[in-house]
Design a protein around this ligand. Structure first.
Ligand code: C2O
Ligand code: CU
Ligand code: CU
Length: 487
């Protein structure tokens, strides 16, 4: 990693911003565009299509995926040169079962190198699509891996080239992965997929990327790039229809570069049934749920309203920012979609299983090392990433605790490649329920302990802040997992 690709260390920027903010009189957001809720939206929610499986073999999914420049209206009504997987944004959904062998014939028709990272999947390092394995412009690569049993859940795929992930994802490269279990306890409940994103555009409808030297550019450096337009599956404020009495299972993925969505249906509770790595042991009733960027949640939404009623899924204010760069409208709730009840009469609400599945706890008595990772602004343990350096060395089969300490006044969502983990506690307070995670939002000045076991797959793995601007500027480290010594 040459320093030249990372000219803007985030360290010290806050001070520079203080000066800029004073000079510019605070937030410099320009012309007003329609905001969610003000747009005459209301098209029915459309879900991305599923990748076509061309294999006839059992337990095999073989698909073609091409990334290319595609003329699309990312902003409604303004066609632009987007980046798209198989011509659509979001890209097509990869739908597989536990135990499936997956073959993805990937072609990079972009004018720059890229990779596909299978965020959250437990697969060999050579297939992980990390910055260590770029695919050149015009190049091809076959990603081949097997879906591990017990990992049914909602995941996603996205580019992960060195220093360009934020740009490529903003241009449209992201898609969902659904891993199904043969014995899904929620089988039969209607499902909806909700891919949440945000973006902002220039007047001609092209994706707006701020000049790094401008105030907006420096603010993106600190906050992570946010857009004022919010999307669900690439649509603004779509309509999702439910029948009175019906229960729906929503799989929610936050693919935004930095924005955290605090989801709520006003006046109503939600049943949270799963997170990054699939279902919990039992449903948890919540008033709202935070989904940091790159996290996933599964919700059961109960259609308690009357036929013909409507309500709104909102993103409530959440302050993840340092005061100097906090957006002026951070405290305004935003509408994401309208939940409308059709006119059919109420049906009896189905009985929901009280227990979902067993989530085996990782054994704290087996821990062989505790690692301290200090997150500061743009740095992990005081360093930016060097792909030629190994930051953490361990051995296959080990169980470790990582204590992740955020020493600054903004949140950093921490992500580990390849190995799912469990959150033990936050500031010493035990996590209320057990779940499989691959991202944990480490809040301002918070210390989080996670436990991880390196079950399989030796090699080099990334860990990083999933605010894409931070990641691209090197808020990342390298974990080496070695095979055990011969004995
Ligand atoms: Cu979704 Cu290394 O990230
Ligand atoms: Cu990942
Ligand atoms: Cu960060």
């Amino acid at each position: 990693m040459s320093q030249a690709t990372r000219p803007f260390g985030v360290t010290g920027l806050v001070l520079a911003l203080l000066a800029c903010a004073a000079a510019l009189g605070g937030d410099s957001r320009g012309a007003t565009r329609p905001r969610v809720g003000e747009t005459a939206a209301g098209a029915p929610l459309a879900e991305p299509r599923t990748m076509r499986n061309r294999s006839r073999l059992p337990h095999t999914v073989e698909v073609e995926l091409t990334a290319s420049i595609t003329r699309l209206a990312l902003e409604p009504g303004a066609v632009t040169d987007a980046y798209a997987y198989n011509g659509s944004v979001p890209g097509p959904t990869l739908e597989v079962h536990e135990g499936d062998r997956v073959i993805v014939h990937f072609r990079n028709d972009l004018p720059e190198p890229t990779t596909i990272h299978w965020h959250g999947l437990h697969i060999p390092a050579a297939m992980d699509g990390s910055p260590l394995t770029p695919i050149a412009a015009g190049g091809r690569f076959d990603y081949v891996f097997t879906i591990e049993r017990g990992t049914a859940g909602t995941y996603w795929y996205h580019p992960h080239p060195d220093a360009r992930s934020g740009y490529q994802i903003a241009k449209g490269l992201f898609g969902a992965i659904i891993v199904r279990a043969r014995d899904d306890p929620l089988r039969g409940i209607p499902e909806k997929l909700l891919i949440l994103s945000d973006n902002r555009f220039d007047a001609d409808g092209s994706v707006q990327v701020a000049d790094p030297h401008s105030f907006a550019g420096m603010r993106d450096e600190v906050n992570g790039r946010e857009g004022d337009m919010l999307f669900v599956n690439g649509q603004i404020a779509p309509l999702l229809t439910i029948r009175s009495g019906e229960v729906q299972r929503w799989r929610v993925i936050n693919v935004a570069a930095a924005r955290l969505f605090r989801l709520a249906l006003p006046g109503r509770t939600l049943l949270l049934v799963g997170s990054d790595g699939g279902l919990f042991e039992r449903p948890v009733e919540v008033g709202q749920v935070d989904v940091a960027n790159s996290e996933r949640v599964e919700l059961l939404v109960r259609g308690t309203g009357d036929p013909g009623a409507r309500t709104t899924l909102q993103s409530l204010p959440y302050d993840r920012y340092v005061p100097q760069t906090r957006p002026h409208d951070w405290n305004v709730p935003r509408d994401l979609l309208t939940l409308t009840y059709d006119t059919r009469p109420r049906i009896p609400t189905p009985r929901l299983p009280p227990a979902l599945r067993y989530v085996p706890p990782l054994d704290t008595a087996a821990v062989t090392a505790t690692r301290l990772l200090v997150l500061s602004q743009g740095l992990i343990n005081g360093k930016t990433m060097d792909m030629a350096r190994v930051d953490v060395r361990t051995v296959l089969g080990a169980t470790e605790i990582w204590q992740i300490e955020n020493v600054v006044g903004m949140d950093h969502p921490f992500h580990l490649h390849g190995f799912r983990f469990q959150v033990l506690d936050r500031n010493g307070v035990p996590e209320p329920y057990r779940s499989w995670k691959d991202v944990v939002n480490v809040r301002k000045h918070e210390s989080v302990r996670i436990i991880v076991r390196y079950d399989d797959f030796p090699g080099l793995w990334m860990y990083h802040c999933h605010i894409l601007d931070h990641e691209d500027h090197g808020m990342m480290g390298v974990l080496e997992v070695r095979p055990p010594p011969p004995r």
